[in-house]
Design a protein. Structure first.
Length: 362
C-alpha cells in the first residue's frame, strides 16, 4: 500500500476545506481570498487520479467495461446519496449550501455528472461536484486508453490527447461542454499519468539517493509555487485563484511535485504512518462531499451565539471540521465502503480490497 499517497488524500481534502472556510471567515481575514491557495488541493486530487488509474491498470487485468464498473462503484453511490440528500433538504425549504433554486433538470444533470449553469456558476447541486464531473470525464477517456496495448504508448497517447484538448479549447467553438472539457486543468490528469509511468519505469532508487533532500526541495518548491503565485496575483490586483493555463502551470506543477515527493519518500523507506490520517485518507471522498454542508450548518449554528467575529470564525472552523471528519468517517465506513463492496461483488470478479489494503483501488 502507498501509505503516503493515502495520507496526501486527507491533506488535499483539508486544503479544500480551508479555502471554503475562508468564505465564512472573511470578516476576520486581511482579505477574503487569503485562503484561496487551498483550492490547489483539487489539483492534487487530479494528479493523484491520473497516477492511480495508470499504475493500477498497468498489469492489463482490467478491460474497458471492468474498469468503468469499478470506477462507477467507487464514485457514484455516495455522490448520488449526498446529492439526493441535498435535494431533499432543499425541497423542504432548508436551502443547504445556498441552493436557492431546485429544478428537475438540475438534479438530473447533477446525478449524471453533466456540467450546467446554476446561478451564474457551472456547478452541480453539490458545488464541489464540478471536480467529479471532470473525474468521470477522465475515467471515460482513460477507459478508451486501455485499448492502447503498451503502457509506454498509453502514456504518450494520454499526453497528446489532453494537450490537444486544451489547444482545441482555444478555438472559438460555442457550447458549454466544449468550453468545460477543453479547459487546461485536464492536463493535470496527464501529469499524473506521466508520474505513474516514471514510477513504474524507474523502479527502486539507487543506493545513496538523497531522498530527504530531494523530497524536501520538491515540497518547498511546491509551497513556493502556490504561495508565490498567490502573492503575484495580489500584487497585480487579480484573483489569486489560478485560471486558464496558469492553473496547471502553477498549481498543477506544485501538485505533481508533492505527489512525486510522497512517492520518493515511500520508495526510500519513509512512510507517514499516522492512523488518524490514514483513516481520514480512506474517508477523504466522503469528507470532501460533506464539508461544504458542514461549514454552512456550522455558520448557521454559530450565528445564534452572542460572540464576536473572531470567535465566531474559530467556532465555525472547529465545528465544521470536526463534523466533516466524523460524518465523513461514518459515511465512508458504513455507507460508502459497503455500497462499493456490494456493487463490486455483483459486477466485478476481482476480490474487493479492505479499506487500507491498497491505495491504488481508490
Amino acid at each position: 500500500m502507498l501509505y503516503n499517497l493515502q495520507i496526501l488524500r486527507a491533506l488535499a481534502a483539508y486544503l479544500v476545506f480551508l479555502t471554503h472556510f475562508g468564505l465564512y471567515a472573511g470578516p476576520v481575514l486581511p482579505r477574503p481570498d487569503l485562503l484561496a491557495f487551498g483550492a490547489a488541493g483539487v489539483d492534487v486530487f487530479f494528479v493523484l487520479s491520473g497516477f492511480i488509474m495508470f499504475v493500477s491498470t498497468s498489469e492489463g487485468d482490467a478491460g474497458v467495461g471492468t474498469f468503468l464498473t469499478r470506477r462507477i462503484a467507487r464514485v457514484v453511490p455516495v455522490y448520488w446519496l449526498v446529492t439526493l440528500g441535498l435535494a431533499l433538504m432543499a425541497l423542504v425549504g432548508l436551502r443547504p449550501i445556498g441552493i436557492m433554486d431546485l429544478r428537475p433538470e438540475y438534479l438530473i444533470q447533477s446525478l449524471l455528472f453533466l456540467p450546467f449553469s446554476r446561478g451564474g456558476y457551472i456547478e452541480p447541486l453539490n458545488s464541489v461536484g464540478w471536480t467529479l464531473n471532470y473525474e468521470m470525464f477522465f475515467y471515460v477517456v482513460f477507459a478508451g486508453l486501455l485499448l492502447v496495448p503498451t503502457r509506454e504508448w498509453r502514456a504518450l497517447t494520454a499526453t497528446a490527447l489532453f494537450l490537444s484538448l486544451t489547444l482545441l479549447g482555444l478555438l472559438p467553438v460555442p457550447g458549454l461542454y466544449w468550453a468545460y472539457y477543453t479547459k487546461p486543468i485536464v492536463l493535470e490528469f496527464a501529469a499524473g499519468i506521466g508520474l505513474g509511468y516514471a514510477y513504474l519505469r524507474l523502479g527502486s532508487l539507487p543506493p545513496g539517493f538523497p531522498v530527504r533532500r530531494v523530497t524536501g526541495a520538491a515540497i518547498v518548491s511546491a509551497g513556493l509555487l502556490v504561495l508565490g503565485g498567490q502573492a503575484v496575483a495580489y500584487s497585480l490586483g487579480v484573483s489569486p485563484e489560478m485560471t486558464g493555463f496558469l492553473r496547471p502551470l502553477v498549481w498543477g506543477s506544485a501538485a505533481s511535485l508533492v505527489v512525486g515527493a510522497m512517492l520518493l519518500l515511500e520508495q526510500g523507506g519513509i512512510t507517514l504512518r499516522s492512523r488518524w490520517l490514514l483513516s481520514q485518507g480512506n474517508a477523504s471522498y466522503s469528507f470532501y462531499l460533506m464539508h461544504n454542508l458542514m461549514l454552512h450548518t456550522a455558520s448557521k449554528v454559530v450565528a445564534l451565539l452572542p460572540v464576536g467575529e473572531s470567535l465566531r470564525a474559530g467556532l465555525i472552523f472547529v465545528l465544521a471540521f470536526a463534523a466533516s471528519a466524523a460524518l465523513g468517517s461514518v459515511l465512508s465506513r458504513h455507507i460508502e465502503a459497503p455500497m462499493n463492496a456490494a456493487l463490486r461483488r455483483r459486477f466485478d470478479r476481482r476480490p474487493v480490497p479492505t479499506p487500507l489494503q491498497s491505495a491504488l483501488t481508490r
